[in-house]
Design a protein around this ligand. Structure first.
Ligand code: NAP
Length: 285
């Protein structure tokens, strides 16, 4: 078993961003759908409690997008109300075509998230990718964004992501990777390690489908031996044990689930042999 290599909160796994060495906690928070709640006071209160729990337990990386309805403005509003803006590592995306439209959308995201500069701006699903990367390279020089990146959610785009990160001037690639969708293992994660690109893992639970697959199935005793108290921790520890992975961003608006997910960044991680055992057990279900 492999012990965590460095810490964010004491005992919590953190990983360095290769382009700078800055360390970020290895479990973040996704906001797709779950933070699109501006119209509903009860759901907004759930999002507030989730964000508070996340930060209390050492979380920092929050991922959003203009594609996610009110998620950016809800995140910005709650972070301001909870006085935690300086504590978060805020990542969002540009998801439109054209240079001017891209600039307008990114300015809008900065306003909605209520920050002066973004920690990470990513080109969502590679939409008009070269246009936005050109803008982002300028914005990085002038300090409007600290890091730039590209994202996709589907294995069909992994070859394109690989081509873009190969030259080594992209700080982050965000990609789907899980026991249910392990294809990034084939080439992309190795390419990220070679090009010193940080990896954010989206869809770590295949949008929740993995929980439906293990419903009513007990967690194997041997998984408890590496500190998995729940299926969520089993899924996340498998991801985090890949050395190229910097951070996974499970989406939730449930404070209990966010605490569960952050628990995966504590204690041991599986070694290669244990990862293989975890994968074949999951495949057998
Ligand atoms: N192209 C892209 O750039 C792209 C594409 C997809 C996703 N993303 C990013 O990646 C994030 C994660 O992906 P995702 O939200 O689509 O899928 P996901 O994280 O794989 O799954 C989210 C689902 O898992 C459930 N869940 C979370 N923690 C749980 C726990 N501990 N126990 C039981 N259920 C749990 C959530 O339900 P509850 O709400 O009930 O907890 C939700 O239904 C997104 O939010 C987004 O930020 C980016």
């Amino acid at each position: 078993m492999i012990p965590p290599d460095s810490s964010a909160a004491p005992g919590t796994l953190a990983r360095p961003i290769p382009s700078t060495g800055e360390s970020i906690p290895a479990v973040g928070l996704g906001t797709s759908q779950v933070f699109d709640v501006a119209a509903d006071a009860t759901e907004t209160a759930q999002a507030r409690e989730t964000l508070q729990t996340f930060v209390n337990l050492g979380g920092r990386v929050v991922d959003s997008s203009p594609m996610y309805g009110s998620s950016e403005s809800v995140t910005g509003r709650l972070a301001a109300e909870l006085g935690m803006q300086g504590k978060l590592f805020l990542a969002t995306k540009v998801w439109t075509s054209g240079r001017q439209a891209g600039k307008r959308q990114m300015e809008d995201s900065i306003k909605k998230l209520r920050v002066e500069r973004l920690d990470l701006m990513q080109v969502h699903n590679l939409v008009d990718v070269q246009t936005h990367l050109a803008t982002l390279r300028d914005w990085k020089k002038t300090g409007r964004v600290r890091y730039l990146g590209v994202t996709h959610y589907h294995a069909g785009a992994h070859a394109d992501l690989e081509k873009i990160i190969r030259p080594g001037d992209i700080d982050f690639v965000q990609v789907n990777y899980s026991l249910a969708e392990p294809e990034a293992d084939r080439r992309l994660l190795a390419a990220a390690a070679d090009s010193r690109t940080a990896v954010i893992v989206n869809r770590p639970f295949a949008e929740g489908a993995m929980f439906r697959r293990v419903r009513d199935k007990p967690l194997p005793e041997w998984a408890r031996a590496i500190g998995c108290a729940t299926w969520a921790q089993y899924f996340l520890k498998w991801i985090l044990a890949h050395p190229a992975v910097t951070c996974a961003i499970p989406g939730t608006r449930n404070p209990k689930h966010v605490a569960d997910n952050l628990g995966a960044a504590k204690g041991l991680l599986p070694d290669e042999e244990m990862r293989r055992r975890m994968a074949s057990y999951f495949d057998s279900l």
